[in-house]
Write a protein that binds this ligand. Sequence first.
Ligand code: MFK
Ligand code: FAD
Length: 553
Amino acid sequence: TTGFFQAKPQLTNQYHEDHAFRRALDLFLPAQTRTSIDSEFSQLGDKVLSPQVLFWLRDAEVHQPTLVLRDSFGSPRNELITSEGWRQLQDFGFREGMVATGYEGKYGHHTRVVQFAKIHLFAGSSSTVTCPSAMQDGAAKLIMTFLADGRANDPTLEAVLQRAYKRLTSRDPTFAWTSGQWMTERTGGSDVSGTETRATPLSESQIHADDAWTASDGSPLGPFSVDGFKWFSSATDANMCFFLAKTPTSERVSLFFGPVRRLKGDSLEFNGIFPQRLKNKLGTKALPTAELELKGMRAYMLGQEGAGTKEISPILNITRVYNAVSSVGSMARGLAISRAFARVRTVAGGQPLMNTPAHVRSMAIQHVEYRGQTMIVYFITYLLGITEHSSSTSQPNSPLLENSAWTAPLLRILTPVVKAMSAAAAVDGLRACMESMGGLGYLENEDVELNVAKIYRDTNVLTIWEGTTDVLAADTVRVLKGRGAEQALKALAGWAQNIVRNHESKFGLSLKRVIVEIQDLVTLVQRKNPHELLYLGRDLLDSISWIVITLLL
Ligand code: MFK
Ligand code: FAD
């Protein structure tokens, strides 16, 4: 093998190289916080590209999860096997506080910005362990809110939840838990009203008959027995899960919570859960997404019976933020690979691609899209942190958010908008990154950190799970036309008009086009009925995200 070989592109520390990422941190973090995280982030930027982490990433991709349903002698085994690399990446995530940072509160209002910046840097090296992390975080948030509101009126349930919360927010890999979120059934994932899973309350004697079995932390198993079929379970290796089921007394779904495994003596087994098969997917190959049959799974009901979708919505809203951060994190890695390639690849005329105007123009278009998405994604992490760390009198004094009444409604409207738009942008962006590397971009690159094709495959799911684009558009319409609609529209328009005024007076910018767009949006929402707006849902997403991105850029 003589002749030319392309020099290998070299990825550099993205905390230092990625201008859009740094701009988002500069915009949403106060200077003091920015300085105090500098060293940790610089190290994290190195770690996610270190030989150790890349070895785990490669191992997780090569040794995909398997299900052992029977042993060689025909006896049932019911065992899920994940790779060493996958487990090590999860442990790395725990140690680095990918979830825990969000609950340690070290950075006050800015805690969530800091936490999600870690996910952003990790995304391209994570082999999607960030998916169970997302549900772990959602579960922690739900439990935290539930306990804070005094809604666990049963002492056993309260103790079980408190113990779970400690594990969900821990940095210790030997103690920390991830969680699953099981909503989707064969009847539908967008609309869960056709849920077939049934939860039946057990009598005292039935509960105590099984007392020898506990959750893996020693907690009692729960007073409901659950039977049904969950069509998609991504965190099948999780320690616990939140899920929807119907009760004998309500045809509407309720929220349940239970351990995924149960323990008796030395024996640890699935808690009445029987994985049927692993899904054969386009991407996210290391993630153990399974179909699960539930037969006698023990669980607790949480919250109001029949209000399961509302009760589970704190998880949905957190995992949608993760989805958005993963979208920009994946774009970030794709663009870093594309830039590294352009530095070493020479094309006709002997010029490196980096000096080829047409190529640089194409890359610039992708970078502008990434920058816009990054700004709006960090805006929702900023809003989330404020809602979690503020009383009405202790909002940060920031020109980005002058009226504290805007925070919660803005977060509620923008979460589905940003989830939908960032995911679509990431798929388009990664396709373009592949193209920017020519044939090499299409290959399953042996150097896993440069495998943009894998990131592209993985990214496609971001538009589907946690709500497809049209379903998220419908969620936006639910906010803009439902109860509290007037307050929501006021917050969005008020915030945007305020930023326009600030920009015009501070920078002398003329933002007439934005003002027209805001007015058109308000008129559209007010004039159309919900059915008409549902039809125009994607236009709404487009218009809202365009306004916000323009004002944040
Ligand atoms: C690495 C990336 C990280 C991400 C990892 C993710 C891993 C993937 C895992 C999954 O995919 S898990 C499954 C996710 N499934 C979805 O996202 C379901 C998509 N469908 C919806 O979101 C539907 O809108 C929904 C199922 C919620 C519709 O249910 P309903 O019962 O028909 O809703 P309805 O009746 O309109 O609303 C019921 C109540 O819930 C209302 O409150 P009120 O009763 O007070 O009026 C709604 O306002 C409220 N609600 C619904 N969605 C909400 C919400 N409240 C707050 N936030 C929301 N998002
Ligand atoms: P459907 O709901 O049947 O949707 C099909 C099409 O109909 C879509 O294009 C949708 O946009 C459209 N549609 C549906 N309703 C409307 C409407 N009202 N208005 C306009 N259009 C509509 N789920 C879990 O619960 N837990 C998991 O861990 C999990 N992991 C997953 C992992 C992977 C890799 C994948 C691919 C999915 C996972 N899911 C999980 C399921 C995922 O959340 C669902 O696939 C998703 O919510 C869509 O549901 P569905 O597949 O039933 O499609």
